[in-house]
Write a protein that binds this ligand. Structure first.
Ligand SMILES: *Cc1c(COP(=O)(O)O)cnc(C)c1O
Length: 375
């Protein structure tokens, strides 16, 4: 059986977690958390990275920092994970869903401006599959309308747009280190902050509304409750698990890209014959092989393809029931304009196995099954 996902693991994880346990340094903001933050800051060029308990929580922090209030509107795609919307719904805001582009499955940047009202406060581009949204256009719209941009870069670590790391182009960026992502700490994430003026407020929100981060740096002689907040910092043991992978980030990235490229070469002839569609990476975007997907003709064909490859020992999955059609989406949000592609394209898309440790032989086997299905 070839699983759809296997969480990333590298040997040093055991050593580093063992150190945390032995030294009895297991709470948040220990040395591994610092190492992860610094690694991400150096790699992405962000002003500040704060490791969090999840990408969902990083997005919640961004919503608090952006001062999202009840009745505010936040523009985002409906083809995304629930957390993209949840973080804003928790603040009483209304997610306003805009259609996606069929090529990248990202928000259609040409439809954003028409969805803006006087209540619009933020735009949340989601970089699907680690392939960037059209950020120049989105940032231009945001600047002209004075909107905050929060990048859902859950899938986007190691990817770039015109040379800039995803998560560092908007005001805030959110990474996920869930076990299904390229780098993992079980459950975890990170908030990337571009304006140094927002760092202190973020540290306070992350530490239960206290100025404990300043206290640890010796900038105040005792810490106290200074604002609202929550607990968004992970255990240093989780950070230790992640740090072991960040040390091998390049190797993990290359292994994933090799699988992606092999899938692409293997399946190109089916795409050339018009039987399936393959992912598109626009000019200027460097991606991280977060995912490899194919698009079948329609939902019936996709269901048959899933069953066929499952009977042959390969697990493939689809995801994202578009949020505007889900019970909570109907209750909390609204779709602006026509759903021309969101539902249609989501019903055709199938994700093939992709993880660190997947071999090229396995990729050949999986591709062979897709080909024999269409033969
Ligand atoms: C995985 C994912 C999230 C949520 O990440 P968690 O770390 O599990 O909270 C949010 N948005 C997108 C697009 C994701 O893929």
């Amino acid at each position: 059986m070839i699983n759809f996902n296997v969480p990333p693991y590298v040997e040093n994880a055991m050593t580093y977690i063992g150190e945390c346990v032995k030294n009895q340094k297991i709470c948040g903001d220990g040395s591994y958390t610092k190492k992860c933050n610094e690694w991400i800051e150096e790699r992405t060029g962000t002003a500040k990275c704060l490791l969090t308990t999840s990408c969902t929580h990083a997005t919640e922090m961004a919503a608090l920092l952006a001062d999202i209030k009840p009745g505010d509107e936040v523009i985002m795609p409906a083809y995304t994970f629930v957390s993209t919307a949840d973080a804003f719904v928790l603040r009483g805001a209304v997610p306003v869903f805009v259609d996606i582009r069929p090529d990248t499955m990202n928000i259609d940047e040409t439809l954003i401006e028409a969805a803006i009202t006087e209540k619009t406060k933020a735009i949340v581009p989601v970089h699907y599959a680690g392939v960037s949204c059209e950020m120049d256009v989105i940032m231009d719209i945001a600047r002209r309308h004075h909107l905050i941009v929060i990048e859902d870069a859950a899938q986007g670590i190691m990817s770039t747009y015109k040379g800039k790391a995803l998560g560092t182009i908007g005001d805030y960026g959110c990474f996920s280190f869930h076990e299904t992502k390229n780098y993992s700490m079980g459950e975890g994430g990170a908030l990337l902050i571009q304006d140094p003026a927002h760092i202190e407020a973020a540290e306070i929100i992350r530490e239960k509304g206290t100025n404990r981060s300043k206290f640890f740096r010796g900038q105040v002689d005792k810490y106290t409750w200074v604002n609202f907040g929550s607990s968004y910092l992970p255990s240093d043991m989780n950070a230790a698990y992640l740090y072991a992978q960040l040390e091998k980030a390049e190797e993990i990235n290359e292994a994933r890209l090799a699988c992606y490229n092999r899938y692409y070469e293997n399946l190109k002839e089916l795409a050339d014959k018009g039987l399936i569609e393959l992912p598109v990476v626009p000019e200027g975007c460097v991606h991280n092989a977060h995912m490899f997907f194919v698009k079948a003709k329609d939902i019936e064909e996709r269901t048959a393809l899933i069953s066929y490859i499952k009977e042959n020992g390969v697990m493939a999955v689809f995801h994202y029931i578009p949020l505007h059609t889900a019970p909570a989406g109907l209750k909390f949000g609204r779709f602006h304009g026509e759903d021309k592609y969101t539902t249609k394209e989501s019903e055709r898309l199938l994700r093939l196995p992709m993880y660190y440790g997947l071999t090229l032989e396995q990729v050949d086997k999986i591709s062979g099954l897709v080909k024999s299905f269409y033969a």
